[in-house]
Design a protein around this ligand. Sequence first.
Ligand code: PAF
Length: 279
Amino acid sequence: MEIIRQLDSLRSALAKIRETRSVVGLVPTMGALHAGHMHLVETAMAQCDSVVVSIFVNPTQFGEGEDLNAYPRQEAADAALLEGAGVDLIWAPTVDQVYPDGFATNVSVTGVSAGLCGGSRPGHFDGVATVVAKLFNQIRPDAAFFGEKDYQQLAVIQRMARDLDFTHDIVGVPTVRDADGLALSSRNAYLTPEQRGQAVALPDTMRDAAKSIAKGDDIASVLEEAKEKLIASGFHNVDYFEMRNAETLENMTVFVKPARLLAAAHIGSTRLIDNIAVT
Ligand code: PAF
């Protein structure tokens, strides 16, 4: 397995891979890999002849005061995991390979990026869409794999791919959870043992709220009570706890399938997100 940091080497390595293997999968990551990422890799391995994993902590998707500097970086451990999984190539570019001097282009997806994380993290999805568009052009994969845990991100990337004529498959992969239900996230590493215990209130509350809405309870009251429950459980701020159309991400005031609950809340200095289908 090669770790490549420069674009010219990437192009040669990809050309070599393409000589013998026709379906190339891409798993874009920011590193600090956990079982959720490895599930994306396994899914990609099962569907592709060759898998490329990108590791790049993309500065443009972090806002001022966010955790860009603190974001966990553990390339050697990540590489060991990926090598064990049979990945062919890690694309770990330096910042100048992604954002050369004078870089002046922004990919901005409207609609699905409005509100939710787009509301609480202004500019975040421009950063994501721009870097993912670049990764797609750099790797030219036949399929790219993203976790459903970042549900709005997945919707933004699907919209961007349709709008910009990227013809490869965008594959959404279900969230991997710890035994108690907390969605795996690189940011879980920030939680103290006490906060980790409290954090399970997020998936628990989302599951209860989804059940209440499905059985016909008043949506506004369910969402309000869910926020209160999170605060009572140790979260100190809830960015949002909302129900949206699962495909368009439009706001919903009455329950019609397909519907999805999406939430983001802060515990200590950690912001956690999660989402669940309402069925
Ligand atoms: O989900 C992530 O890890 C990142 O947002 C992504 C898709 C790799 C873009 O930097």
